[in-house]
Ligand binder design. Sequence first.
Ligand code: PMP
Length: 361
Amino acid sequence: MRREWNFSAGPAALPTAVLERARDELLCLDGAHASVIELSHRGQRFGEVAERAEASLRRLLAVPDDYRVLFLQGGATGQFAAVPLNLARRGAAAAYVDTGIWSRKAESEAARYLDVVRIASAAESDYTRAARFDGIAWPADCGYLHVTPNETIGGLETYDLPDDVGDRPVVADFSSTLLSRPIDVARYGVIYAGAQKNIGPAGLVVVIVREDLLDAARADTPTIWNWGEQARQGSMVATPPTFAWYLAGLVFEWLEAQGGLSAMAEINRRKAEKLYHFIDSSEFFHNPIDPSVRSWMNVPFILADAQLDGVFLHHAAEAGLHGLAGHRSVGGMRASLYNAVPEAAVDALIEFMADFEQRHA
Ligand code: PMP
């Protein structure tokens, strides 16, 4: 048994130290009589686990007191629908910024419930530059603005918002970038993120909602998708994903022990810059994204000869480098460099790529 470098976009690498701790605690959680997986979500011991995880996340992100943190199921995809349902009474329309495949998925799901208007799009640069916000026509009766700060497939990362957002709450799909760097939570009304990248195992989605946005849901919103109801019931409208919640808590504590998000940002910036620098200096590998909006977390790249894709992936796996295939919708390659991917993994990848180029260019 050997753990090798894992560049998967999600489910993705988790810190080895976290997995070791989970292993050590798996049969019997400290202070309990059983595994955390076997404990009632209503019991005192799991309650402590849940509270500790939330407190650690709040410290990491400096979440203001007037925000509630929810630990839910249904992935970010569930929230694509939950967002319009929960904010329906703020306005009949919603504004979406198109930065790539994920933002468009969010948009099309919302269009089932609201009048959705795409106010800006990165399509004109073929998703290689940020969407331009000059001259935006906001829809009348606009309940919120939706953005996707990091496009996991396209590798476009930007935190820009229009200047004239006003009092429209900004809803952000932070799935593949939450916890990779410090953010100002107060800029957003709602932040949501599927866990299986920087947070923990799949099956959990973290939603951070400003309290004043908890009572705008459509009356027919299913209880399980209703943020207000989930907040009132401590994310326990249904049995929550207890193991994923516990493991996320261990990841949060690991991040605090690394020095928090400023320290992670420094490492993540360095890892990404190294890889982009190598790609840019190579004749054989290419990343099309404008340097100012290149993702630190997901680095897509193509080979000069796409017929070598299979050979590249095969040899990479032999060299202990896994999860490098691009998303099935776009092909090519993608290296995801989440918090748990150490700098040594990036060094190994670059060394492999340089060698591959020498042999095949
Ligand atoms: N949004 C983004 C930015 C994502 O990267 C993903 C998953 N890769 C999703 C939404 C969908 O997440 P889930 O599969 O957890 O529903």
